[in-house]
Design a protein around this ligand. Structure first.
Ligand SMILES: Cc1ncc(COP(=O)(O)O)c(C=O)c1O
Length: 543
């Protein structure tokens, strides 16, 4: 340890006086100024860092990083001051975190956020409200109900009198804030499952008596959830957690455009009815994770109506498209859903993390109501009564105020930019010989792959078996290319495997959600991929 470090840690003590100091706001000017300086360091120190380091992450191996963090003991005495901690994060953590704010980071659904989100997030921490109950949140619960109704209205378009009746009515629940899209989907399936097996004379309801007994009472062989093959894996988790088994989350085939094949859906429903299976829900995806595709929401809603099935829309990704006048029609039919998932930390540009689930019927969440003696008592306004989570932060304060700052129009600019840039990107891919566009963007996600001339030539006349072999080569090439680009650390696109033409294809996946990303940057990223191919992979591809 150096002398100066020794000196600075010598003043660090854990005693009652020091403890009280960290709970009381400093009265004196110099103490206050110091705290302001720290906030400045966080805002600008980190921002400047991110601006300087346009790259995605510094070139340090995971092994090296793991070796640095091998300490399993909590220190007995205080070892660092707040100032040192902040500096340590800026110097040691930030460079090795991922610069998701870079306009060259176009591979995942995580991106830059407007700077004011940091301020709003700080307010949430400073107020430290707990939305599980009114006694720890008061006006914030009421305020959250207002926000829930605004987004409910965006989704379901009920009239003003509907909202006047339900916004602040404690027996109505228009939706709920949860941690993420996974919990939002789980909440929707939880409600749908319980509503399908309600209580009757001989049965206290599934939530109380369990899945086994519910199937027995309702004389059903099994309970299933239907979603397309492109469904997010959170739905499989839901199948596991809800006790129906994730094999019973049945994947419906998709068309060549990666949208649910509605004929296959109807056929599957007939089959399940003939087998005496109970269908908990049919799920349409408004923006699939891998290709950003939107299922035919209207058609699926008609099928659900015809067979009286719970209709859920997983709009974790695409939901905010409704804020754009230009593109909201892409989600037409979402208003017929029984429940909808929307993620705030995706296209509402919130800091991690914020999931939401909405129900058309304000009484739907009664199916998952829980009470306890010390909070969430029957008849109370406590938001924790109908919620999968217990204690939770006032994330709604961030979202509600972000909507105030941005307005629908501000968000629409972001949404429109992403969709239009994705289209330009697709055109650019089609212009370049090295690439093949695999999924055209409906929203702001697209997939493509390197498809070199040498393989392309053989492909046209190849049999299916030969195509399988060539496809394997292509998969290896694309996998390596994505890895090399990631390791170079300048830009980032992600990779996934999707099935097309009966072949499992490794594809490069781009998510366009950063307003600072433009077509010039996209061209640079494609140029980089071309040069990685020429310098590292071309020879291999010709073997
Ligand atoms: C369509 C869709 N649904 C659900 C989820 C799960 O969301 P989260 O990662 O917030 O749990 C995702 C995540 O990417 C998604 O794309």
């Amino acid at each position: 340890m150096t002398t100066s470090k020794k000196e600075s840690t010598a003043s660090l003590v854990a005693d009652w006086e020091a403890l009280q100091r960290i709970f009381i706001r400093p009265e004196k000017d110099h103490g206050r100024q110091r705290l302001v300086k720290y906030m400045e360091q966080i805002l600008f120190g980190l921002h400047d860092f991110l601006k300087e380091h346009v790259g995605i992450t510094e070139d340090v191996s995971l092994q090296e990083l793991s070796d640095r963090y091998m300490d399993s003991e909590i220190n007995l005495l205080p070892s660092q001051k707040l100032a040192d901690v902040i500096k340590g994060i800026i110097d040691n953590i930030a460079p090795h975190a991922v610069n998701v704010a870079s306009p060259y980071f176009i591979g995942h659904m995580t991106s830059a956020i407007p700077f004011f989100m940091v301020h709003l997030h700080t307010i949430v921490a400073a107020l430290n409200q707990n939305l599980v109950k009114l006694e720890t949140s008061k006006v914030v619960s009421i305020w959250e109900r207002q926000l829930l109704s605004k987004i409910h209205r965006l989704l379901f378009q009920k009239d003003t009198s509907f909202y006047a009746d339900h916004i602040q009515n404690p027996s109505s629940t228009l939706g709920a804030f949860v941690e993420d899209g996974t919990l939002a989907n789980l909440s929707a399936m939880w409600v749908a499952r319980n509503r399908l097996f309600p209580n009757c004379d001989t049965f206290a309801g599934l939530e109380r008596e369990g899945v086994g007994r519910a199937l027995e009472v309702y004389k059903k062989k099994r309970a299933v959830i239907l979603v397309s093959k492109m469904g997010h894996y959170s739905l499989s988790k839901a199948g596991g957690i809800l006790g129906i088994g994730n094999d019973n989350v049945i994947r419906i085939p998709v068309t060549e455009h990666f949208q649910m094949d509605t004929h296959a859906l109807e056929k599957q429903i007939h089959q399940l009815n003939s087998e005496n299976a109970a269908i908990i829900a049919v799920i349409a995806i408004a923006g699939t994770t891998e290709t950003g595709t939107i299922d035919p929401i209207n058609d699926i809603s008609h099928i659900c109506k015809k067979y009286s099935l719970h209709f859920h829309v997983d709009a974790a990704w695409g939901g905010p498209t409704l804020l754009s006048d230009k593109y909201r029609s892409l989600l037409s039919g979402i208003e017929h859903a029984d429940s909808v998932t929307v993620d705030g930390h995706k296209q509402l540009y919130m800091p991690m993390s914020c999931g939401m689930v909405y129900f058309k019927d304000p009484q739907a969440m009664d199916a998952v109501a829980y009470h306890s003696a010390y909070v969430n008592r029957p008849g109370s306004v406590d938001l924790g009564i109908r919620s999968i989570v217990g204690s939770r932060a006032a994330t709604s304060l961030v979202l509600g105020n972000a909507l105030e700052i941005m307005g629908k129009k501000g968000y629409a600019l972001l949404i429109d930019h992403g969709i239009e840039l994705a289209k330009e990107f697709a055109t650019e891919i089609q212009k370049r010989e090295l690439f093949e566009l695999v999924s055209s963007p409906q929203l702001n996600i697209l997939t493509y792959r390197v498809f070199p001339e040498s393989i392309r030539k053989e492909w046209h006349t190849a049999s299916f078996e030969q195509k399988q072999r060539l496809n394997e080569n292509l998969n290896q090439l694309n996998l390596r290319l994505q890895r090399l680009q990631r390791q170079a650390g300048i830009s980032f696109v992600s990779r996934t495997t999707i099935e097309k033409d009966q072949l499992k294809q490794v594809v490069l996946r781009s998510v366009l959600m950063n307003p600072m990303t433009n077509i010039t940057i996209i061209r640079e990223i494609l140029d980089e991929q071309e040069s990685i191919f020429v310098n590292h992979l071309k020879e291999r591809s010709q073997q």
